[in-house]
Design a protein around this ligand. Structure first.
Ligand SMILES: Nc1ncnc2c1ncn2[C@@H]1O[C@H](COP(=O)(O)OP(=O)(O)OP(=O)(O)O)[C@@H](O)[C@H]1O
Ligand SMILES: [Mg+2]
Length: 274
């Protein structure tokens, strides 16, 4: 596979790092986007989510996410962003409505097929969820080991990833000895290293400074240019300007506001003729 995708922002040494990172992302045997006509990655149709017997937390959600697109999910605290992301990474089933994911009905999916589906999705949890007894290196390497990548092949990418997130010196540290921002960087590295088909990130830059936030977003952008669909929930309005062509999803008290109708009825993809 030839890599045509380059992160446009950044220069000098940082740009070199990005292209190194892209080299391994391109060569790594993650999912390969097909040239077949664009199909949806996720389709929600009138989805509602209720916790217990209270009012619905999410109401009447209908939208489609397309391969290779980048979405920012915004909304006030308590609007339902994490709840929506949990539906996206199949941690919850909705109380009503239909969800299709990777072309399959996600609601009737047999339990034994869930792990296979989840492996196609990289998740950055709002509370990180690192494996406490594993080192930084081993936490990042985890998805590659689960995917059966040999030790000799994973050392390079994990080392490169550690350099990108600025934690080379902390490769052997356990999560409990890392700061919140450092743990967040490890969580992001772990989510992207396996080159998932969809990346779902919940406030992924909430604990880092603006420069690091931009750097981490470059990682998401690089993955996105390789075909990964990215959904980032964030309060940080500065991030929204960083990704050209990103679409906005805004939750307001559990309802998705879609003033232009683009999420519900996206424009047909352009078909280039010879
Ligand atoms: N497991 C749960 N049981 C009951 N209620 C829940 C549960 N999880 C979330 N809620 C409620 O659902 C609503 C939406 O919560 P959610 O965490 O999705 O919001 P959020 O937009 O991610 O907020 P924040 O920006 O603070 O992270 C809140 O009122 C919350 O209290
Ligand atoms: Mg949240």
């Amino acid at each position: 596979m030839t890599c045509k995708c380059l992160v446009t922002k950044g220069c000098g040494r940082q740009a070199e790092r990005v292209s190194l990172m892209l080299n391994w992302l391109c060569s790594h045997r993650g999912f390969v986007p097909s040239d077949a006509p664009m199909q949806s990655v996720v389709e929600f149709d009138n989805v509602g989510l209720r916790y217990g017997t209270g009012a619905e937390t999410l109401t009447d959600l209908s939208f489609t996410l397309y391969p290779g697109s980048f979405y920012f999910l915004t909304g006030a605290s308590g609007a339902g962003k994490t709840s929506l992301l949990k539906l996206l990474y199949l941690a919850h089933r909705p109380s009503r409505g239909a969800i299709r994911m990777f072309g399959h009905d996600a609601i009737t999916l047999p339990r034994d097929r869930l792990p296979g589906f989840r492996r196609r999705i990289g998740v950055v949890f709002q509370d990180f969820r690192l494996v406490q007894h594993l080192s930084t290196f081993d936490n990042i390497a985890l998805p590659l080991r689960i995917a059966g990548i040999q030790e000799k092949d994973l050392k390079g990418p994990v080392t490169e990833m550690l350099a990108w997130i600025g934690l080379t010196e902390r490769a052997d540290a356990r999560p409990a000895t890392l700061s919140g921002g450092e743990q967040q960087r490890v969580a992001i590295a772990r989510a992207v290293i396996g080159r998932p088909e969809m990346l779902v990130a919940d406030e992924p830059t909430g604990n880092v400074d603006p420069d690091m936030a931009r750097r981490l977003l470059q990682l998401f952008a690089a993955l996105n240019r390789l075909g990964t669909t990215v959904v980032v929930a964030t309060h940080d309005i500065h991030l929204l300007q960083e990704i050209e062509g990103a679409q906005m999803m805004r939750l307001d008290k559990g309802r998705l506001s879609d003033p232009t109708g683009l999420l519900r009825h996206p424009p047909k993809p352009l078909v280039l003729k010879n």
